[in-house]
Design a protein around this ligand. Structure first.
Ligand code: MF3
Ligand code: CO
Ligand code: CO
Length: 263
């Protein structure tokens, strides 16, 4: 197991650039997210924007043989859904997850999109997923044990009678797409994954809780990528890349003019 990297000033500057590019892709694609569009069309637009306009690289493409440049997880799809011929329809909720590499450094962020008019339940799930991400982010400061993040997220989500997926976690990020530490979105003192990690300035990692309206259990589809809820309940996820600063945190994947959300 490699230790948790502490980024230098120069690396942090590169992470800021990559983070901004990732959120710029989400903003670019927003007007195209409508009923009738195929998720593979969204993939193509994001791919071409990242490569041709940003002169960067879409990190998912060919990552462990992932075939596309973005992930588009619709309704009961939890994460890592592969864009394809499926058309979006009124009332769908979808996560688009973008990871951009620029000058060797990664920015990773994802957001929920609501197509047309959602059900009350779907809208509520999307909001709870958003709030719990920010509740997690606000725990981040030097000296705090990383487990505090997952504890706060789980407590909030379960108070709303939703569940937290346990099989997939946030992750350290930088020169590598996925590095130490694993960022759990729940707390289980008995889990082997639960290690004592004190946050230090210069650490960079994602927080990206996956929240189900029903039970937390998931299964992997035969394509070996798409993760869905076992009970077919809806799932939602938002993701930011975070830097631990001397005082607290900096969100590296905020868009121009976008501010820290205080739940
Ligand atoms: N962006 C995802 C994450 O948040 C990982 C996608 S890996 C892929 O960690 F291969 F599925 F694209
Ligand atoms: Co991501
Ligand atoms: Co991530």
């Amino acid at each position: 197991m490699s230790p948790i990297s502490i980024k230098t000033k120069e690396e942090i500057e590169k992470m800021r650039i990559a983070g901004r590019l990732a959120v710029d892709v989400l903003n670019m694609i927003t007007p195209y997210v409508k009923a009738g569009v195929k998720t593979e069309e969204l993939d193509r637009l994001c791919h071409d924007y990242i490569v041709n306009v940003q002169q960067a690289y879409p990190a998912p493409l060919n990552y462990k043989n992932f075939p596309k440049s973005i992930c588009t997880s619709v309704n009961h799809q939890v994460c890592h859904a592969v864009p394809g011929e499926k058309k979006l329809k009124n009332g769908d909720i979808m996560n688009i997850d973008i990871t951009v590499v620029k000058n060797g450094y990664h920015g990773d962020t994802s957001r929920m999109f609501i197509i047309g008019k959602p059900s009350i339940r779907a809208k509520r799930l999307v909001e709870i997923a958003y709030e719990c991400l920010w509740i997690g982010i606000h725990q981040v400061k030097p000296g705090v044990d990383l487990s505090v993040v997952g504890k706060a997220i789980q407590r909030y989500v379960e108070s709303k009678k939703c569940s937290v997926v346990q099989e997939y976690c946030g992750h350290g990020i930088g020169y590598k797409f996925h590095e130490e530490p694993e960022v759990l979105h729940y707390f289980d003192p008995k889990s082997k994954k639960n290690k004592n990690i004190l946050l230090k300035p210069g650490m960079t990692f994602t927080i990206e809780p996956m929240i189900n309206a029903g039970k937390r259990e998931i299964k992997l589809l035969p394509d070996q990528w798409t993760v869905v809820t076992k009970d077919h309940s809806l799932s939602a996820q938002w993701e930011h890349t975070i830097l631990v600063t001397e005082e607290s945190f900096e969100v590296l994947t905020l868009g121009e003019g976008e501010e820290v959300f205080c739940p």
